[in-house]
Design a protein. Structure first.
Length: 246
């Protein structure tokens, strides 16, 4: 199944820890992971997270300021998030295509304001803020189950089939053949499910695979690899792998 890399954390980031926990089996086709990013001590300098597109949607909780929460998801380019010197974030990462909530509520930038939507994110944030990471998991799972019941998240079989066959996808036409739809039908389905065109979805998936494999075999040639990589991440592959822990 699709397994995106974590966002870019500079090597030797000091007292910053990242934890990840797998969801229970019954939610494993909806949730990629539960995660936590926090400081163990106040840093000397501000920490910047280099976030890259992965097609996923995250529910994010600022556990130092429980009024702040949100739904986030990048499109096709990176963003740099200045998290400051002392922070504690936790969240739920959903697989591409499963989020059916209001697309206008999804942000692709820093979440720093009070949540004002209709989801019970503030209640969950308050309930979990003082818990150790493993004790947050049942509360997050209950939230996901509630969202499934409300049809705010749910399995998307078309997107899931594409994700299960990424090794065999080199073009939009191949993607369409795998799911037995025309490219035009796929355009509508993917745009509705992920907010991305098939071409952009393929670019993001190809980048994620190249980050895992750290090679250019998925691209036409080396120059295509470097251009595409830099357009999405802001770095050449060599600079990115030197700077960030992947």
């Amino acid at each position: 199944m699709y397994d995106p890399v974590k966002d870019g954390m500079e090597k030797h980031s000091g007292a910053v820890i990242y934890n990840e926990f797998q969801p229970p089996q019954e939610l494993s086709d909806i949730v990629h992971s539960y995660w936590q990013l926090k400081t163990e001590a106040i840093l000397n300098d501000n920490f910047t997270l280099h976030a890259i597109p992965d097609g996923c949607i995250n529910i994010l909780f600022n556990q130092k300021d429980t009024d702040i929460a949100g739904v986030t998801g990048l499109k096709t380019t990176y963003t740099e998030l200045n998290l400051g010197k002392d922070f504690n974030y936790a969240g739920i990462q959903f697989f591409p295509g499963v989020w059916k909530g209001n697309p206008n509520e999804t942000k692709d930038s820093f979440v720093g304001s009070k949540y004002s939507g209709k989801l019970p994110l503030i209640d969950v944030n308050i309930e979990t803020a003082s818990l150790i990471f493993t004790d947050k998991i049942p509360v997050f799972s209950n939230l996901v189950s509630s969202l499934i019941e409300q049809d705010i998240v749910g399995q998307n079989k078309i997107v899931q089939k594409i994700l299960s066959n990424l090794d065999h996808v080199r073009s939009v036409s191949e993607m369409a053949e795998i799911v037995h739809h025309s490219p035009r039908q796929l355009q509508r389905i993917l745009k509705e499910a992920t907010g991305l065109s098939p071409h952009d979805f393929l670019k993001v998936m190809r980048l994620q695979r190249s980050l895992k494999e750290q090679n250019a075999s998925l691209y036409t040639d080396q120059s295509h690899y470097i251009r595409s990589f830099k357009k999405i991440t802001g770095y050449t592959p060599a600079r990115y792998f030197r700077k960030y822990d992947v």
